[in-house]
Design a protein around this ligand. Structure first.
Ligand code: FES
Length: 134
């Protein structure tokens, strides 16, 4: 499988602006074995940002309650375990135990109205790959 394949995760319109949604995906690891790849996608106006859904502090999912990713102001990503907050656009930890550390960014592209991940090989089930040239 090619690394430059773009995999459609959801429609751009599925995520309202200033909201974040988690997806439990599987990728093919370097050793060829599938492994879980939880991600969070944030939409802010016309922009989308993607990060691994893994807190740099304890390695847990950020959303202690499912899909509760944002702080009370809705302007930062929040780890529900110990309250670290992260800039939406960069993933940089700005408060809490993760201050100065960063979430792991993932490459996203919006193609033909779909939010797609690129640069990895996903284990596909019913999700369809979308065309790079779209
Ligand atoms: S596990 Fe996220 S701040 Fe501690």
């Amino acid at each position: 499988m090619e690394q430059d394949t773009a995999y459609a995760i959801c429609r751009f319109s599925d995520i309202p602006s200033q909201r974040a949604i988690g997806f439990q995906l599987m990728i093919v690891g370097d050793d060829g074995a599938p492994r879980p790849w939880p991600i969070v996608i944030v939409r802010w106006g016309r922009q989308v940002f993607g990060y691994l859904n893994r807190c740099p502090h304890n390695g847990v999912n950020l959303d202690w309650e499912r899909n509760q990713f944002l702080d009370t102001n809705g302007t930062k990503l929040l780890c529900g375990k110990h309250g670290s907050t992260f800039e939406l656009g960069t993933g940089l930890g700005v408060d809490g135990p993760c201050k100065g550390q960063s979430l792991t960014p993932i490459a996203l592209a919006v193609l033909d109205g779909d939010i797609c991940v690129t640069g990895v090989t996903l284990v596909e089930d019913e999700d369809e790959a979308c065309d790079e040239e779209a």
